[in-house]
Design a protein around this ligand. Sequence first.
Ligand code: SF4
Length: 396
Amino acid sequence: MRTRPELLSPAGSLDKLKIAVLYGADAVYCGGQKFGLRMASDNFTNEELKEGVVFAHSHGSKVYVVLNGFLHDEDLETLPEFLKLLEEIKVDAVIVSDLGTIETVKSNCKVPIHLSTQASCLNVESAKLWKSKGVERVVLGREVTLTDAKEIKEKAEIEVEVFIHGSMCMAYSGNCTISNYTQGRDSNRGGCAHSCRFEYSIDYAEGENSKSTFMSSKDLEGVALLPEFVAAGVDSIKVEGRMKGPHYAGTITKIYADALRELEVNEKLSPESLAYYDSELLKVTHRDYSSGSLSHAAGEESIYSEREHDDKEYEVSGVVADVVANEFILLEVRHAFFVGDELELMPFVGKSQKFRAKTVLNFINETREKTKPGELVKLPWVPGAEKLNLVRRRLV
Ligand code: SF4
């Protein structure tokens, strides 16, 4: 029987955790207020973590908490208290990059330990060593190919997690100090300012001094390689992007979940399905895509020619707050739209459905010509609509 890898999605906030879980994530990863690498993300309060774990578990999904900053002694002082909380609320694993943190985890709780990609585990001997230290799963460095991943899993007899989608890091997964020097922010304690995406000039002794984004990488996209992930026995496929919005969390999770479901019944993904998955993955804000190092070591073709991709094709108009079948859907508006606009409902499973906001009513059934973020409005009922479905609008 073919084994299906776990689909692991980013949860930058409680809202995004729920969206990822409902759109098919088998597990999500998130961070508390300290100890992680995304200090600009919303991050979870202790109460939110508790609620997130209860929600995920009630839907059969797991929650992993990142503790993957390179921690200094002063950071470790308050870690034991946080670990006790994580154990109490039944977090499924912690993601750690530092040996001192691993020792602190082991002496304060029994929560399983996953090794962060920050530790750049790239070979069998390294995986064996981490295993001997109590690590149950290694999140492999983004520099390994799927062939390497298979070998590491088999020879080190350890679970392997491999990135399949999202932004890349030009350095060996975060082992970089550009932001420290250029922005005064410590990359390895959560302060990466994506400085590698800025334009830089190379000062040749003679000649050219033009600026370019030669350190900015394309985004990773691996849906076409999914059958190879399965064949390699990868335990978990990971989507990057805790800082990205709900549309990203919902769409990317849904597409990889759909593709995994297809692979459970077929040997491969059909050309029609692949074309559909690719077209959906293009709808979220992204840089040009590349397959990174999944098939062979990434080279010049993985360099992106710009700093960011600013053209947003879709935005989330709102989240379904309630549904009264055959009558209306109640939408919590996230971005303003007008009566008459064409919208798309994204069901948890299956293709999006277009519909027109022919009528938009407020709570006391007054017509709204234009909605505003935060308000609840009634829209025409769409068959199949469910609470917490995303409704999006095409912008270009
Ligand atoms: S600045 Fe770029 S290379 Fe450095 S850690 Fe951040 S993403 Fe990675």
